[in-house]
Design a protein around this ligand. Structure first.
Ligand SMILES: NC(=O)c1ccc[n+]([C@@H]2O[C@H](COP(=O)([O-])OP(=O)(O)OC[C@H]3O[C@@H](n4cnc5c(N)ncnc54)[C@H](OP(=O)(O)O)[C@@H]3O)[C@@H](O)[C@H]2O)c1
Length: 255
C-alpha cells in the first residue's frame, strides 16, 4: 500500500478574507498546526494587521504574509498570486476560499440587478478565478486542498435573499464538479457551509439574530456558532485526503 500524505506542517495556506471572523479563525487554527500563511484583506487592513501581530507573537518561526485583494477584481487575484510567489517562493498548497459578501436583503423584489451581479462576482466568479490560479501548482506536486466557505443558504435556508443563496449554491456546484473531475489529481475540493456564526462582520453578536429566522431559540443546539468551530472543520479537511466533494454543514443542527 502506498503511503498517504496528510501532513500540513510547513504547507503554505492562502486564506482570503482573513480580516474577517471565520477567515481569522482559520488562520489561527492552521498556524497552530504549523502551516505557513498568506492572508488577505480587502478594506479592513487594521483587522488583518492585528491577526498577523497575534500570530507572529505566538508562532515566532512561522512565515506569514499579508495581501490586499478585492476578489471582485480579476487583476487583484492575479497580483495576489504573484505576491504570494514572491513572498513564499511558491503558490499555495492549501486554498481557503473564504472572502464573501452578503448584504441582507431577503425579498426578491428588493434585490437589484446590481446587487445580484456584485454578490455573484464576489462569492462565485472569484471562486472560479482563484481556483484556476491555484490548481497548476497543486497538480504539479499531486497534492492540494481547496476548501470553500459556502453557506447553509446554498440549500435555501437563509436569513438572506436568493442572490446570496444562488451564489453559495454555485460555489458548492463548482466544488463538487472539480472533486469529481479531478479526483485522481491529489487535490481535494470540499466546502464548509456555516450558519449563524457570531463574532463575524456578518453577524457580530447573538443579539443580531433575535427575531430573525436564525434566532438562537430555533437552532437545535440552542446557541449560535463560533468562528473556531468552522476553522476546526477546515483544518480537518486539510488533514483528510480521503474526503472530497463534500459539503459540511456547521449549523448547530439547522438544515
Ligand atoms: N457568519 C456566518 O454565519 C456565515 C454563514 C454562512 C456563510 N458565511 C460565509 O463565511 C465567509 C466569511 O464571512 P464571516 O462570517 O467571517 O464575515 P466577515 O467577518 O464579515 O468576513 C468577511 C470577509 O470577506 C472579505 N471580503 C468581503 N468582500 C470582499 C471582496 N470584495 N474582496 C475580498 N475580500 C472581501 C472581508 O474583507 P474586509 O473586511 O477586509 O473588507 C472579510 O475579511 C463568507 O464567505 C460568508 O459568506 C458566514
Amino acid at each position: 500500500m502506498s503511503a498517504v500524505d496528510n501532513k500540513i506542517q510547513g504547507r503554505l495556506a492562502l486564506i482570503t478574507g482573513a480580516s474577517g471572523g471565520i477567515g481569522a479563525a482559520c488562520a489561527r487554527d492552521l498556524a497552530a498546526n504549523s502551516a505557513r500563511l498568506a492572508l488577505t484583506y480587502s478594506t479592513n487592513k487594521g483587522s488583518l494587521d492585528s491577526v498577523i501581530d497575534e500570530l507572529g507573537s505566538k508562532h515566532s518561526d512561522l512565515k506569514l504574509s499579508s495581501h490586499q485583494c478585492d476578489v471582485a477584481k480579476e487583476a487583484d487575484l492575479q497580483r495576489l498570486f504573484d505576491e504570494v510567489k514572491h513572498d513564499h517562493g511558491q503558490h499555495p498548497d492549501i486554498l481557503v476560499v473564504n472572502a464573501g459578501y452578503g448584504k441582507r436583503v431577503s425579498n426578491i423584489l428588493d434585490i437589484s440587478l446590481e446587487e445580484w451581479d456584485y454578490t455573484i462576482n464576489v462569492n462565485l466568479r472569484s471562486s472560479f478565478i482563484i481556483t484556476k490560479l491555484a490548481v497548476p501548482h497543486m497538480l504539479g506536486q499531486h497534492w492540494g486542498r481547496v476548501i470553500y466557505i459556502s453557506s447553509i443558504a446554498a440549500g435555501g435556508t437563509s436569513i438572506n435573499g436568493c442572490h446570496y443563496s444562488a451564489s453559495k449554491a454555485g460555489v458548492q456546484g463548482l466544488s463538487k464538479n472539480l472533486a469529481n473531475k479531478m479526483g485522481k489529481s491529489g487535490i481535494t475540493f470540499n466546502d464548509v457551509a456555516p450558519a449563524m456564526i457570531t463574532g463575524t462582520g456578518m453577524i457580530p453578536t447573538e443579539e443580531d439574530l433575535i427575531g430573525t429566522p436564525g434566532d438562537p431559540k430555533g437552532i437545535p443546539v440552542g446557541r449560535s456558532g463560533r468562528t473556531e468551530e468552522c476553522a476546526g472543520v477546515v483544518t480537518m479537511l486539510c488533514r483528510t485526503g480521503y474526503m472530497t466533494g463534500q459539503s459540511i454543514l456547521v449549523s448547530g443542527g439547522l438544515k
